[in-house]
Write a protein that binds this ligand. Structure first.
Ligand SMILES: Nc1ncnc2c1ncn2[C@@H]1O[C@H](COP(=O)(O)OP(=O)(O)O)[C@@H](O)[C@H]1O
Ligand SMILES: [Mg+2]
Length: 364
C-alpha cells in the first residue's frame, strides 16, 4: 500500500475546471471518501489518480513516486467502476483473473489467487458463469474481486453501490467496511451519499465545484462543518439553517425574522472576535438536536405545524418559523401529540454559527 498526494492539481476540460487546485495527502492504509454533489469533480479526481485523465496543472504522487506523467498501466491501482465494467464474454473467474493475466502471472498461481479472493468475497461458486448470469450484488463483488486480486497499492471506488437496491446497498456497505478492516489498503471512495461516506471513511473530503471544501474525520465534519455547504450536505435530514443578525446592544443575541436566540458567553466571545454588531449570519441546528416542548421556550423556536412524518423508530416534525422551515427529529416509535402551534427547544451547546459568506465561526 502507498500514500497518495495531490499538489495544486488542476484538470480543465476546455473552459470547465473539473478539478480546481486540489491539495491532499492520503496516508498509507487510509480510507478516504470524496463526497459531493453530481458534477463537483469526484470522478475526475479518481481518474487523475488512476492515470485515466492527465492533469493540466500541479502534480500527483503515489508513495514516493511522481506519477503525474505516468501511464495508467504503469500505476499500481485497482479500480471499481460505478457500472462494474465487467467483460461480458468472460467468465467470472476470467474477469477476476484479468489483472493477473495482463501481468503475466502463470496459470496455476492465477487460479489459486482467483480461488482465494472469490472465496473471501463469497462468489467462489460462480466462477464458471458469465456476468449476465449473476445478480447485481454478485457483479459488484466480482468487480471488487477484480480490483483486489493483484494486491494493488491503492484502491479506487467510483460510486460502487449506486446501482444496488436499498437493502443490498446496506449489506454491501457493511461488507466493504469489513473488507477494509481485513485488508487495510489505501482507498479512495467516491460517493454522493453522505451516509455511505460517514459509515466508511477514516476521513471525508467534501467537494464543491472542483475544490475540496473540508477534509476531516466523519464526526469532525458532522460536529464542526466548515461551511454552510458542508453543514447542508451531511446529516439526514440536513442541518436547519436560518438567516439572522448579530445583536450586541444589551443582551447579546441572534435575531431572525421570527426568533431570538440569546448567546451563551463562549459564543459571545467568539462572535465579538469575528463579527460586529448587526452582522448578517446563518445560525444552524441539527434536527436531532431539537426537541418538542408543550409550552413556549424562551430562546427556542415556535410556529405552525408544516408536516409530520412518522418513520417508525423516529418522527420528523417540520414547523414554519417565519418564512423558514425547521425540522425536529424525535426518537420515539410513537407519533408525537402536536398542537396547531409547535414549540421547539434545543441545547445551546449544539448551535452552529456561520458568516454571511458561509464560513463557520468557531463557537466551541
Ligand atoms: N471528458 C470530459 N469532457 C468534458 N467535461 C467533462 C469530462 N469529464 C467531466 N467533465 C466535466 O467536469 C465536471 C466534473 O465532472 P465529474 O468529475 O464527472 O463530477 P462528479 O463525478 O462529481 O459527478 C463536470 O462539469 C463535467 O461535466
Ligand atoms: Mg462521478
Amino acid at each position: 500500500m502507498a500514500s497518495v498526494t495531490f499538489h495544486d492539481v488542476e484538470k480543465a476540460f476546455g473552459t470547465v475546471k473539473a478539478v480546481d487546485g486540489v491539495n491532499f495527502t492520503i496516508t498509507e492504509g487510509e480510507f478516504v471518501c470524496l463526497l459531493g454533489p453530481s458534477g463537483c469533480g469526484k470522478t475526475t479526481t479518481l481518474r487523475l489518480i488512476a492515470g485515466l485523465e492527465k492533469a493540466t496543472g500541479g502534480n500527483i504522487q503515489i508513495g514516493d513516486l511522481d506519477v503525474t506523467h505516468l501511464a495508467a498501466k504503469d500505476r499500481d491501482i485497482g479500480m471499481v467502476f460505478q457500472d462494474y465494467a465487467l467483460y461480458p464474454h468472460m467468465t467470472i473467474g476470467e474477469n477476476i483473473g484479468y489483472p493477473l493475466k495482463v501481468r503475466n502471472v502463470p496459470t496455476d498461481a492465477r487460479a489459486t489467487r482467483i480461488g482465494e479472493v472469490a472465496k473471501n468475497l463469497q462468489i467462489d461458486k460462480l466462477l464458471e458463469r458469465r456476468p449476465g448470469e449473476i445478480s447485481g450484488g454478485q457483479q459488484q463483488r466480482t468487480s471488487v474481486a477484480r480490483a483486489v486480486v493483484h494486491e494493488p497499492q491503492v484502491f479506487l471506488f467510483d460510486e460502487p453501490l449506486s446501482n444496488l437496491d436499498a437493502k443490498l446497498r446496506l449489506e454491501a456497505r457493511s461488507f466493504l467496511k469489513h473488507l477494509q478492516r481485513e485488508v487495510g489498503v489505501t482507498a479512495v471512495y467516491v460517493t454522493h451519499d453522505q451516509a455511505e461516506a460517514m459509515a466508511l471513511a477514516d476521513r471525508i473530503a467534501v467537494m464543491n465545484e472542483g475544490r475540496i471544501v473540508q477534509m476531516a474525520p466523519p464526526l469532525e465534519v458532522y460536529h464542526r462543518p466548515g461551511t454552510t455547504f458542508v453543514a447542508n450536505f451531511l446529516g439526514s435530514p440536513p442541518m436547519n439553517l436560518l438567516p439572522g443578525k448579530v445583536a450586541l446592544d444589551g443582551e447579546p443575541r441572534f435575531v431572525g425574522e421570527a426568533f431570538t436566540i440569546p448567546m451563551q458567553s463562549h459564543v459571545e466571545t467568539a462572535v465579538r472576535q469575528h463579527l460586529s454588531d448587526g452582522a448578517q449570519v446563518t445560525v444552524g441546528i441539527r434536527p436531532e438536536h431539537l426537541d418538542l416542548s408543550q409550552d413556549p421556550v424562551s430562546g427556542g423556536f415556535q410556529g405552525p405545524l408544516y408536516a409530520l412524518e412518522t418513520l417508525g423508530p423516529e418522527s420528523l416534525v417540520t414547523l414554519k418559523v417565519g418564512d423558514e422551515l425547521l425540522t425536529v427529529r424525535i426518537f420515539s416509535d410513537d407519533a408525537p401529540q402536536l398542537a396547531d402551534t409547535v414549540h421547539a427547544a434545543f441545547d445551546p451547546e449544539k448551535l452552529h454559527v456561520f458568516r454571511e459568506n458561509g464560513e463557520r465561526i468557531p463557537v466551541e
